[in-house]
Ligand binder design. Sequence first.
Ligand SMILES: Cc1cc2nc3c(=O)[nH]c(=O)nc-3n(C[C@H](O)[C@H](O)[C@H](O)COP(=O)(O)OP(=O)(O)OC[C@H]3O[C@@H](n4cnc5c(N)ncnc54)[C@H](O)[C@@H]3O)c2cc1C
Length: 364
Amino acid sequence: MDAAVVGGGPAGSLAAILLGKSYDVALFEEHQSAGFPVQCAGLVSDKCYKKLKEHCKAEKAIENHIKGAFFFSPSGKIVLEGRGEAVVVERKILDRLLFERAAERAKVFVKEKARLNGFRIITPSREVSAEKIIGADGVNSTVREHFGFPTMGFFTAVQVEAKFEPLDENCVELYFGGNWSDSFFAYAIPLGDTARIGVVSRSSPLRYLENLMKRHPSVSGRVEGSAVELNAGAIPDRLVKFSKRDVALIGDAAGMVKPYTGGGLYYHLIAAEKLAESFPDLKGYEKSYLKEMGREYRFGYAVRKLYSLPDEKLEQLFSAMADFDFRGVHMDSPSTLIRKAADISFRLLRKPSLAFYLVKSLFL
Ligand SMILES: Cc1cc2nc3c(=O)[nH]c(=O)nc-3n(C[C@H](O)[C@H](O)[C@H](O)COP(=O)(O)OP(=O)(O)OC[C@H]3O[C@@H](n4cnc5c(N)ncnc54)[C@H](O)[C@@H]3O)c2cc1C
Protein backbone atom coordinates (compact mmCIF):
# COMPACT_ATOMS: atom_id res chain seq x y z
CA MET A 1 0.00 0.00 0.00
CA ASP A 2 1.39 3.42 -0.93
CA ALA A 3 -0.29 5.46 1.83
CA ALA A 4 -2.41 4.91 4.93
CA VAL A 5 -4.50 7.92 5.97
CA VAL A 6 -5.54 7.90 9.63
CA GLY A 7 -8.77 9.87 10.23
CA GLY A 8 -11.82 10.31 8.00
CA GLY A 9 -12.70 13.93 8.77
CA PRO A 10 -12.55 16.47 5.94
CA ALA A 11 -8.74 16.57 5.87
CA GLY A 12 -8.39 12.78 5.71
CA SER A 13 -11.15 12.36 3.13
CA LEU A 14 -9.69 15.10 0.92
CA ALA A 15 -6.22 13.55 1.17
CA ALA A 16 -7.65 10.13 0.25
CA ILE A 17 -9.70 11.55 -2.65
CA LEU A 18 -6.70 13.29 -4.20
CA LEU A 19 -4.04 10.67 -3.46
CA GLY A 20 -6.42 7.86 -4.40
CA LYS A 21 -6.45 9.09 -8.03
CA SER A 22 -2.92 7.83 -8.57
CA TYR A 23 -1.91 5.69 -5.59
CA ASP A 24 -3.01 2.70 -3.57
CA VAL A 25 -4.48 4.30 -0.44
CA ALA A 26 -6.31 3.09 2.69
CA LEU A 27 -8.32 5.38 4.99
CA PHE A 28 -9.02 4.45 8.63
CA GLU A 29 -11.84 6.10 10.60
CA GLU A 30 -12.57 5.17 14.18
CA HIS A 31 -16.28 6.08 14.09
CA GLN A 32 -19.09 4.41 12.17
CA SER A 33 -19.41 7.49 9.97
CA ALA A 34 -17.57 10.71 9.22
CA GLY A 35 -18.79 14.05 10.56
CA PHE A 36 -19.40 12.83 14.07
CA PRO A 37 -19.38 14.50 16.53
CA VAL A 38 -20.05 17.85 14.82
CA GLN A 39 -17.66 20.54 15.98
CA CYS A 40 -18.07 23.27 13.43
CA ALA A 41 -20.03 26.40 12.63
CA GLY A 42 -20.01 25.42 8.96
CA LEU A 43 -18.99 28.77 7.49
CA VAL A 44 -16.88 28.49 4.35
CA SER A 45 -15.96 31.14 1.82
CA ASP A 46 -17.09 31.19 -1.80
CA LYS A 47 -13.57 30.11 -2.83
CA CYS A 48 -13.64 27.17 -0.44
CA TYR A 49 -17.14 26.12 -1.52
CA LYS A 50 -16.09 26.18 -5.18
CA LYS A 51 -13.17 23.87 -4.40
CA LEU A 52 -15.37 21.57 -2.30
CA LYS A 53 -17.70 21.22 -5.27
CA GLU A 54 -14.81 19.78 -7.29
CA HIS A 55 -14.78 16.84 -4.88
CA CYS A 56 -18.39 16.20 -3.89
CA LYS A 57 -21.96 17.45 -4.30
CA ALA A 58 -21.37 20.13 -1.65
CA GLU A 59 -24.58 21.95 -2.63
CA LYS A 60 -26.47 19.20 -0.75
CA ALA A 61 -24.91 20.47 2.50
CA ILE A 62 -25.80 24.16 2.11
CA GLU A 63 -27.88 25.70 4.89
CA ASN A 64 -27.55 29.41 4.10
CA HIS A 65 -25.91 31.88 1.74
CA ILE A 66 -23.85 34.64 3.34
CA LYS A 67 -23.08 37.98 1.74
CA GLY A 68 -21.22 39.80 4.49
CA ALA A 69 -20.34 40.28 8.14
CA PHE A 70 -20.96 42.74 10.96
CA PHE A 71 -18.05 43.33 13.33
CA PHE A 72 -19.11 44.61 16.76
CA SER A 73 -16.78 46.70 18.96
CA PRO A 74 -16.45 45.64 22.64
CA SER A 75 -19.22 48.03 23.74
CA GLY A 76 -21.41 46.91 20.84
CA LYS A 77 -21.80 50.58 19.87
CA ILE A 78 -19.62 50.56 16.75
CA VAL A 79 -20.51 48.07 14.04
CA LEU A 80 -18.31 47.73 10.96
CA GLU A 81 -19.73 46.10 7.89
CA GLY A 82 -17.81 43.82 5.53
CA ARG A 83 -18.93 42.28 2.26
CA GLY A 84 -17.98 38.84 1.00
CA GLU A 85 -19.66 35.76 -0.36
CA ALA A 86 -19.74 32.60 1.73
CA VAL A 87 -22.02 29.68 2.53
CA VAL A 88 -23.01 27.89 5.71
CA VAL A 89 -22.84 24.12 5.38
CA GLU A 90 -24.13 21.30 7.55
CA ARG A 91 -20.87 19.57 8.44
CA LYS A 92 -22.48 16.20 9.14
CA ILE A 93 -23.64 16.11 5.52
CA LEU A 94 -20.50 17.60 4.02
CA ASP A 95 -18.21 15.21 5.88
CA ARG A 96 -20.32 12.25 4.76
CA LEU A 97 -20.25 13.40 1.12
CA LEU A 98 -16.46 13.76 1.19
CA PHE A 99 -16.07 10.41 2.94
CA GLU A 100 -18.26 8.66 0.35
CA ARG A 101 -16.13 10.19 -2.40
CA ALA A 102 -12.99 9.01 -0.66
CA ALA A 103 -14.47 5.49 -0.59
CA GLU A 104 -14.64 5.57 -4.41
CA ARG A 105 -10.91 6.21 -4.64
CA ALA A 106 -9.43 4.47 -1.61
CA LYS A 107 -10.05 1.42 0.61
CA VAL A 108 -12.03 2.81 3.49
CA PHE A 109 -12.29 1.16 6.91
CA VAL A 110 -14.83 2.44 9.44
CA LYS A 111 -15.02 1.63 13.15
CA GLU A 112 -11.30 0.99 12.89
CA LYS A 113 -9.44 3.02 15.49
CA ALA A 114 -5.83 2.95 14.38
CA ARG A 115 -2.86 2.42 16.67
CA LEU A 116 0.68 2.55 15.40
CA ASN A 117 3.65 0.32 15.81
CA GLY A 118 6.40 1.97 13.78
CA PHE A 119 4.94 2.01 10.27
CA ARG A 120 2.40 -0.70 10.99
CA ILE A 121 -1.22 0.37 11.48
CA ILE A 122 -3.04 -1.81 13.94
CA THR A 123 -6.82 -1.71 14.24
CA PRO A 124 -9.22 -4.03 16.09
CA SER A 125 -9.60 -6.19 12.98
CA ARG A 126 -6.46 -5.85 10.89
CA GLU A 127 -2.80 -4.99 10.74
CA VAL A 128 -1.34 -3.33 7.66
CA SER A 129 1.83 -1.58 6.69
CA ALA A 130 2.15 1.35 4.34
CA GLU A 131 5.03 3.13 2.62
CA LYS A 132 3.77 6.49 3.90
CA ILE A 133 1.50 7.43 6.77
CA ILE A 134 -0.69 10.52 6.69
CA GLY A 135 -2.03 11.69 10.05
CA ALA A 136 -5.43 13.33 9.56
CA ASP A 137 -6.62 12.41 13.01
CA GLY A 138 -7.55 15.83 14.32
CA VAL A 139 -6.31 18.08 17.13
CA ASN A 140 -5.36 15.24 19.45
CA SER A 141 -3.49 13.39 16.73
CA THR A 142 -2.06 9.99 17.67
CA VAL A 143 0.11 10.03 14.54
CA ARG A 144 1.61 13.38 15.57
CA GLU A 145 2.48 12.04 18.99
CA HIS A 146 3.71 8.63 17.82
CA PHE A 147 6.19 10.11 15.36
CA GLY A 148 7.41 12.87 17.67
CA PHE A 149 6.09 15.89 15.79
CA PRO A 150 5.84 19.07 17.86
CA THR A 151 2.48 19.78 19.42
CA MET A 152 0.54 23.05 19.76
CA GLY A 153 -1.72 24.84 22.23
CA PHE A 154 -5.47 25.15 21.76
CA PHE A 155 -8.38 27.51 21.95
CA THR A 156 -11.69 26.05 23.03
CA ALA A 157 -14.85 26.73 21.08
CA VAL A 158 -18.35 26.30 22.43
CA GLN A 159 -21.40 26.74 20.28
CA VAL A 160 -25.18 26.41 20.60
CA GLU A 161 -28.07 26.74 18.20
CA ALA A 162 -30.78 29.12 19.41
CA LYS A 163 -33.69 31.18 18.10
CA PHE A 164 -32.14 34.47 17.01
CA GLU A 165 -33.12 37.60 15.16
CA PRO A 166 -30.09 38.51 13.03
CA LEU A 167 -29.33 42.06 11.87
CA ASP A 168 -29.43 40.55 8.41
CA GLU A 169 -30.35 36.93 7.71
CA ASN A 170 -27.46 36.64 5.24
CA CYS A 171 -24.73 38.21 7.36
CA VAL A 172 -22.64 36.69 10.12
CA GLU A 173 -21.98 38.70 13.26
CA LEU A 174 -18.66 38.81 15.12
CA TYR A 175 -18.36 40.21 18.66
CA PHE A 176 -15.00 41.43 19.95
CA GLY A 177 -13.85 42.44 23.42
CA GLY A 178 -12.85 41.02 26.79
CA ASN A 179 -16.41 40.45 28.01
CA TRP A 180 -17.12 37.97 25.21
CA SER A 181 -13.77 36.17 24.86
CA ASP A 182 -10.37 36.40 26.58
CA SER A 183 -8.37 36.25 23.33
CA PHE A 184 -10.56 35.57 20.29
CA PHE A 185 -14.15 36.49 19.42
CA ALA A 186 -17.74 35.35 19.67
CA TYR A 187 -20.02 34.85 16.68
CA ALA A 188 -23.53 34.30 15.42
CA ILE A 189 -24.12 32.54 12.11
CA PRO A 190 -27.73 32.89 10.93
CA LEU A 191 -29.73 29.88 9.74
CA GLY A 192 -33.22 31.23 9.05
CA ASP A 193 -34.91 31.85 12.39
CA THR A 194 -32.10 30.26 14.41
CA ALA A 195 -28.36 30.89 14.56
CA ARG A 196 -25.22 29.09 15.62
CA ILE A 197 -23.95 31.26 18.43
CA GLY A 198 -20.49 30.52 19.72
CA VAL A 199 -17.39 31.68 21.52
CA VAL A 200 -13.73 30.83 20.94
CA SER A 201 -11.44 31.53 23.89
CA ARG A 202 -8.44 30.18 25.79
CA SER A 203 -10.49 29.48 28.92
CA SER A 204 -14.07 29.41 30.26
CA PRO A 205 -15.83 29.59 26.87
CA LEU A 206 -19.17 28.54 28.39
CA ARG A 207 -19.05 31.43 30.83
CA TYR A 208 -18.31 33.86 27.96
CA LEU A 209 -21.10 32.37 25.87
CA GLU A 210 -23.60 32.74 28.67
CA ASN A 211 -22.45 36.33 29.20
CA LEU A 212 -22.79 37.07 25.49
CA MET A 213 -26.31 35.69 25.28
CA LYS A 214 -27.50 37.33 28.49
CA ARG A 215 -25.60 40.62 28.56
CA HIS A 216 -24.27 41.69 25.17
CA PRO A 217 -26.03 44.98 24.41
CA SER A 218 -27.01 43.87 20.92
CA VAL A 219 -27.16 40.05 21.16
CA SER A 220 -29.06 39.58 24.42
CA GLY A 221 -32.24 41.20 23.13
CA ARG A 222 -32.24 39.11 19.97
CA VAL A 223 -31.86 35.62 21.46
CA GLU A 224 -35.16 33.92 22.22
CA GLY A 225 -35.87 30.87 24.34
CA SER A 226 -33.27 28.38 25.36
CA ALA A 227 -30.40 27.02 23.36
CA VAL A 228 -30.40 23.63 21.70
CA GLU A 229 -27.54 21.44 20.49
CA LEU A 230 -24.50 22.47 22.47
CA ASN A 231 -21.20 21.41 21.01
CA ALA A 232 -17.62 22.15 21.86
CA GLY A 233 -14.23 21.49 20.38
CA ALA A 234 -10.61 22.49 20.38
CA ILE A 235 -9.04 24.77 17.79
CA PRO A 236 -5.25 24.49 17.31
CA ASP A 237 -3.42 27.76 17.94
CA ARG A 238 -0.52 27.34 15.52
CA LEU A 239 0.77 25.43 12.54
CA VAL A 240 3.46 22.92 13.50
CA LYS A 241 6.13 21.19 11.44
CA PHE A 242 4.14 18.55 9.59
CA SER A 243 6.40 16.39 7.44
CA LYS A 244 9.15 13.85 7.86
CA ARG A 245 10.50 11.48 5.19
CA ASP A 246 7.67 8.95 5.33
CA VAL A 247 5.05 10.57 7.57
CA ALA A 248 3.05 13.75 7.22
CA LEU A 249 0.18 15.47 8.98
CA ILE A 250 -2.77 17.28 7.46
CA GLY A 251 -5.70 19.29 8.84
CA ASP A 252 -6.12 20.04 12.54
CA ALA A 253 -3.44 17.44 13.34
CA ALA A 254 -0.95 19.91 11.84
CA GLY A 255 -2.66 23.05 13.18
CA MET A 256 -3.83 23.98 9.69
CA VAL A 257 -6.54 26.50 10.57
CA LYS A 258 -6.87 30.18 9.85
CA PRO A 259 -5.19 31.77 12.90
CA TYR A 260 -7.70 34.62 12.98
CA THR A 261 -10.96 32.60 12.68
CA GLY A 262 -10.15 28.98 13.53
CA GLY A 263 -11.75 27.93 10.22
CA GLY A 264 -10.01 24.87 8.83
CA LEU A 265 -11.66 23.64 5.66
CA TYR A 266 -10.09 25.97 3.09
CA TYR A 267 -6.60 25.39 4.48
CA HIS A 268 -7.16 21.61 4.46
CA LEU A 269 -8.22 21.74 0.81
CA ILE A 270 -5.04 23.58 -0.18
CA ALA A 271 -2.98 21.14 1.89
CA ALA A 272 -4.60 18.08 0.27
CA GLU A 273 -3.84 19.53 -3.18
CA LYS A 274 -0.20 20.18 -2.25
CA LEU A 275 0.10 16.69 -0.73
CA ALA A 276 -1.19 15.02 -3.88
CA GLU A 277 1.00 17.16 -6.16
CA SER A 278 4.16 16.39 -4.16
CA PHE A 279 3.51 12.76 -3.18
CA PRO A 280 5.60 10.67 -2.45
CA ASP A 281 7.92 13.58 -1.54
CA LEU A 282 6.45 14.56 1.82
CA LYS A 283 9.04 17.23 2.56
CA GLY A 284 8.10 18.73 -0.81
CA TYR A 285 4.48 18.78 0.43
CA GLU A 286 5.41 20.89 3.45
CA LYS A 287 7.57 23.19 1.33
CA SER A 288 4.91 23.84 -1.29
CA TYR A 289 2.15 24.36 1.31
CA LEU A 290 4.28 26.91 3.16
CA LYS A 291 5.20 28.61 -0.10
CA GLU A 292 1.54 29.19 -0.87
CA MET A 293 0.19 29.74 2.65
CA GLY A 294 3.11 30.96 4.79
CA ARG A 295 2.26 34.62 4.20
CA GLU A 296 -1.39 34.03 5.16
CA TYR A 297 -0.31 32.50 8.47
CA ARG A 298 2.02 35.44 9.22
CA PHE A 299 -0.74 37.97 8.50
CA GLY A 300 -3.27 35.79 10.32
CA TYR A 301 -1.23 35.65 13.53
CA ALA A 302 -0.83 39.44 13.44
CA VAL A 303 -4.58 39.96 13.00
CA ARG A 304 -5.27 37.56 15.90
CA LYS A 305 -3.05 39.61 18.23
CA LEU A 306 -5.54 42.46 17.82
CA TYR A 307 -8.24 40.40 19.57
CA SER A 308 -6.32 40.55 22.86
CA LEU A 309 -5.99 44.34 22.92
CA PRO A 310 -7.60 46.01 25.93
CA ASP A 311 -11.23 46.94 25.23
CA GLU A 312 -10.49 50.64 25.26
CA LYS A 313 -7.86 50.24 22.50
CA LEU A 314 -10.14 47.97 20.47
CA GLU A 315 -12.91 50.53 20.77
CA GLN A 316 -10.54 53.22 19.47
CA LEU A 317 -9.50 50.92 16.63
CA PHE A 318 -13.13 50.34 15.64
CA SER A 319 -13.72 54.06 15.73
CA ALA A 320 -10.65 54.68 13.50
CA MET A 321 -11.95 52.08 11.03
CA ALA A 322 -15.52 53.43 10.86
CA ASP A 323 -16.92 53.05 7.32
CA PHE A 324 -13.83 51.09 6.25
CA ASP A 325 -14.41 49.63 2.82
CA PHE A 326 -13.63 45.88 3.07
CA ARG A 327 -14.05 45.28 -0.66
CA GLY A 328 -11.01 43.43 -2.00
CA VAL A 329 -10.21 41.84 1.38
CA HIS A 330 -10.93 38.10 1.25
CA MET A 331 -11.91 36.14 4.36
CA ASP A 332 -9.47 33.32 3.54
CA SER A 333 -6.53 35.61 2.73
CA PRO A 334 -5.64 38.19 5.40
CA SER A 335 -2.69 39.23 3.24
CA THR A 336 -5.26 40.93 0.98
CA LEU A 337 -5.35 43.64 3.69
CA ILE A 338 -2.14 44.86 2.05
CA ARG A 339 -4.35 46.26 -0.72
CA LYS A 340 -5.81 48.58 1.90
CA ALA A 341 -2.50 49.56 3.50
CA ALA A 342 -2.75 53.19 2.38
CA ASP A 343 -6.27 53.64 3.76
CA ILE A 344 -5.43 51.85 7.04
CA SER A 345 -2.24 53.91 7.54
CA PHE A 346 -4.10 57.14 6.83
CA ARG A 347 -6.79 56.28 9.40
CA LEU A 348 -4.25 55.31 12.06
CA LEU A 349 -2.08 58.38 11.48
CA ARG A 350 -5.05 60.46 12.56
CA LYS A 351 -4.79 58.65 15.94
CA PRO A 352 -1.02 58.63 16.55
CA SER A 353 -1.17 57.28 20.12
CA LEU A 354 -3.27 54.31 18.93
CA ALA A 355 -0.92 53.78 15.96
CA PHE A 356 2.08 53.75 18.29
CA TYR A 357 0.33 51.32 20.65
CA LEU A 358 -0.54 48.96 17.79
CA VAL A 359 2.98 48.94 16.38
CA LYS A 360 4.33 48.19 19.87
CA SER A 361 1.80 45.41 20.54
CA LEU A 362 1.98 43.75 17.14
CA PHE A 363 5.61 44.03 16.15
CA LEU A 364 7.87 44.71 19.17
C1 LIG B 1 -16.88 25.03 17.38
C2 LIG B 1 -16.07 25.01 16.11
C3 LIG B 1 -16.50 25.74 15.02
C4 LIG B 1 -15.79 25.68 13.82
N1 LIG B 1 -16.26 26.37 12.75
C5 LIG B 1 -15.63 26.27 11.56
C6 LIG B 1 -16.15 26.93 10.41
O1 LIG B 1 -17.17 27.62 10.49
N2 LIG B 1 -15.51 26.79 9.22
C7 LIG B 1 -14.37 26.01 9.11
O2 LIG B 1 -13.80 25.92 7.99
N3 LIG B 1 -13.85 25.37 10.18
C8 LIG B 1 -14.45 25.47 11.40
N4 LIG B 1 -13.95 24.82 12.48
C9 LIG B 1 -12.73 24.02 12.31
C10 LIG B 1 -13.02 22.69 11.61
O3 LIG B 1 -14.14 22.09 12.20
C11 LIG B 1 -11.79 21.80 11.72
O4 LIG B 1 -10.67 22.50 11.22
C12 LIG B 1 -11.97 20.49 10.94
O5 LIG B 1 -13.05 19.72 11.38
C13 LIG B 1 -10.74 19.63 11.10
O6 LIG B 1 -10.81 18.59 10.19
P1 LIG B 1 -9.81 17.35 10.33
O7 LIG B 1 -10.21 16.37 9.30
O8 LIG B 1 -8.42 17.83 10.39
O9 LIG B 1 -10.11 16.78 11.81
P2 LIG B 1 -11.45 16.19 12.39
O10 LIG B 1 -12.64 16.81 11.78
O11 LIG B 1 -11.29 16.27 13.87
O12 LIG B 1 -11.41 14.67 11.93
C14 LIG B 1 -10.49 13.77 12.49
C15 LIG B 1 -11.05 12.38 12.26
O13 LIG B 1 -10.08 11.42 12.68
C16 LIG B 1 -10.74 10.37 13.35
N5 LIG B 1 -9.72 9.74 14.22
C17 LIG B 1 -9.05 10.31 15.25
N6 LIG B 1 -8.17 9.44 15.77
C18 LIG B 1 -8.29 8.30 15.03
C19 LIG B 1 -7.63 7.04 15.08
N7 LIG B 1 -6.68 6.76 15.97
N8 LIG B 1 -7.99 6.08 14.17
C20 LIG B 1 -8.98 6.35 13.24
N9 LIG B 1 -9.63 7.52 13.17
C21 LIG B 1 -9.27 8.48 14.04
C22 LIG B 1 -11.88 11.06 14.11
O14 LIG B 1 -12.91 10.16 14.43
C23 LIG B 1 -12.31 12.12 13.09
O15 LIG B 1 -13.33 11.63 12.23
C24 LIG B 1 -14.61 24.89 13.72
C25 LIG B 1 -14.15 24.18 14.83
C26 LIG B 1 -14.86 24.23 16.02
C27 LIG B 1 -14.35 23.44 17.20
